[in-house]
Structure formats: structure tokens, C-alpha cells
Ligand binder design. Structure first.
Ligand SMILES: NC(=O)c1ccc[n+]([C@@H]2O[C@H](COP(=O)([O-])OP(=O)(O)OC[C@H]3O[C@@H](n4cnc5c(N)ncnc54)[C@H](O)[C@@H]3O)[C@@H](O)[C@H]2O)c1
Length: 261
């Protein structure tokens, strides 16, 4: 039986990186409040699996392949969406890759790969999706940075630069797209338990992170998804251009002693 009056009934959301981790948790959350979700991901196997799983639960979730770092691929995606949708109300750009490598060991190849997916991908996908937002005078865009875009840290020359770039890009977009009633806000998660972190954080990285997280634990994808959802709700209409940490207090912390004295 169809549920009525869900918060995002009638809205379509594009979620890049929606086949795994934070993106997948957000797809679940958006579809549970009535949005039609288009999962955009480079991983075809996972993408199809995810859409099939949600469709079995009668959720409006479909998958479209796209490599966000490739202009031909994002423009093909844009063409497909223009052909099938009159409007897209929400864009959540979570497709991303990680790298932990010291600056002196970072090759130009490493640099280009990270920048092309994390930063150029944000630029390219936003160009395509705003074509379906501007004519309708409405849009909610959530981009994905990281605490690595706010703070320095070992091994994050390429990754941190890509995420710092996302913050700068998002701030400019929040101004330039504002006349079209499009808001742009950026999430800065700290350490969240996902596949990306499994590959990127070794034992020493985990120890160093936990030492500086006041809540003394890694976060869960759902804890980022609920923040992402918040920026799409009617009550968030005056929130624009923000940079929002979801990090258990990491970004605010300094020295943390085990016992106060
Ligand atoms: N997990 C964390 O601790 C953390 C912290 C801060 C920021 N982030 C950011 O959150 C986002 C999601 O990360 P996650 O931890 O859920 O990782 P994840 O690896 O679980 O998910 C990333 C998804 O992006 C997809 N993807 C990768 N390259 C792509 C491309 N070129 N085109 C389209 N899709 C592509 C992958 O297939 C995957 O489904 C990333 O931008 C990441 O940098 C994660």
C-alpha cells in the first residue's frame, strides 16, 4: 500500500556514489521519505544490485552508470536524464576515492586521479544536473568534502587538496546558483566506517584519529546520511553555503587528556 504525505514525495534525487558506503545509506534514507532516487555510480555490479534490492521493497530507486571524472560520461548521463526527467530537485555528490600517501611519495598520476574524481567530478556532475534545476527554479545540492578539506594531516596532500577544492567550489556555487533558488551546502565527515576507510586507514591512522575524536569512535554512514537529508527538507530553505562537519567533534578538538586536572 502506498504511504501518503512523505517528506520528499514527488522529488527526484541524484546520488552519486550511491552504490556503497555513505551514498548507499543516503539512498536508503531518501527513498524511505518518498524521493525517487537515481543512483549514479561507476560500479555497475553494485549499482544494479542496489536498485534491484530497493525495487523489491517497492522503493523508487534506479541505477545509471557514470564515471563522474569523465566529461563524456557525465554528459551522456545528462542527456539520459534530460530525456526521462522534467526536473531534478536534489543532487548529492558522494562519488569519491581515497588516498593516504605522503606528499614526497605522491606522484602526478596519484594527484590527477584523486583530483579528477573528487574535485573535477563535483564540477562536471553539477554542470549537468543544474541544467535540470535552473529551468524549474529549485534545487538542493549537497557536496562532499571531508575534515581533510578543513584540517591538515599526514598523507593527505592529494586527498586534502581535492576536498579543500570542493569547499571552495561549493561556496562559489552557493552564490552563483542562489538566484535560481538552488542552495549548495557541503558536508565534512570525519572518520566514517565504509569501504573507503577500510582501504585508506591503517592501524596507526585509526589510533591517531581516535586520539583526537572527542566521541572516541568512528561514525556510521547513517549518521552522515541524516545530515545530508536535513539540507533537503523544507525547513532548511535558508541554509546556504555552509560547511558542515559530521565528525564526533574532531574539527573542534585540540589536546585531549585522558583525565582533566
Ligand atoms: N568514509 C569516510 O570516512 C569519509 C570521510 C570524509 C569524506 N568521505 C567522502 O565521502 C564520499 C563517499 O565515501 P565512502 O566512504 O562512502 O566510500 P565508498 O568507497 O564506500 O563509496 C564511494 C562510492 O563512489 C563510487 N565511485 C568511485 N569513483 C567513482 C567515479 N569515478 N564515478 C562514479 N562513482 C564513483 C564507488 O563505486 C562507491 O560506490 C567520498 O567522497 C569520500 O571522499 C568519506
Amino acid at each position: 500500500m502506498k504511504q501518503k504525505n512523505l517528506l520528499l514525495d514527488g522529488q527526484t534525487a541524484v546520488v552519486t556514489g550511491g552504490a556503497s558506503g555513505i551514498g548507499l545509506a543516503t539512498v536508503k534514507m531518501l527513498s524511505s521519505v518518498g524521493a525517487h532516487v537515481i543512483v549514479v555510480d561507476i560500479n555497475k555490479e553494485l549499482g544494479h544490485k542496489v536498485s534491484e534490492k530497493f525495487q523489491l521493497e517497492s522503493k523508487k530507486v534506479e541505477y545509471i552508470y557514470c564515471d563522474v571524472g569523465s566529461e563524456s560520461s557525465t554528459s551522456e548521463l545528462g542527456g539520459k536524464l534530460l530525456g526521462k526527467k522534467k526536473s531534478i530537485e536534489i543532487l548529492m555528490h558522494f562519488a569519491g576515492i581515497g588516498l593516504e600517501k605522503k606528499f614526497v611519495n605522491t606522484s602526478l598520476d596519484d594527484w590527477n586521479k584523486i583530483i579528477s574524481v573528487n574535485l573535477t567530478g563535483s564540477f562536471l556532475i553539477t554542470k549537468e544536473i543544474t541544467k535540470l534545476m535552473i529551468p524549474n527554479n529549485y534545487g538542493r545540492i549537497i557536496t562532499m568534502s571531508s575534515v581533510a578539506g578543513l584540517r591538515g594531516g599526514t598523507g593527505r596532500a592529494a586527498y586534502g587538496a581535492s576536498k579543500g577544492g570542493v569547499i571552495a567550489l561549493s561556496k562559489v556555487l552557493s552564490i552563483e546558483l542562489s538566484p535560481f533558488n538552488i542552495t549548495v551546502n557541503t558536508l565534512c565527515p570525519g572518520a566514517i566506517e565504509t569501504e573507503l576507510v577500510k582501504n585508506m586507514h591503517d592501524k596507526e591512522t585509526r589510533r591517531a584519529f581516535l586520539q583526537n575524536i572527542p566521541q572516541k569512535r568512528y561514525g556510521f554512514p547513517e549518521e552522515v546520511a541524516s545530515a545530508a537529508l536535513f539540507f533537503t527538507l523544507p525547513g532548511s530553505s535558508y541554509i546556504n553555503g555552509t560547511v558542515f562537519p559530521i565528525d564526533g567533534g574532531f574539527n573542534s578538538s585540540g589536546i585531549i587528556k585522558n583525565e582533566a586536572s
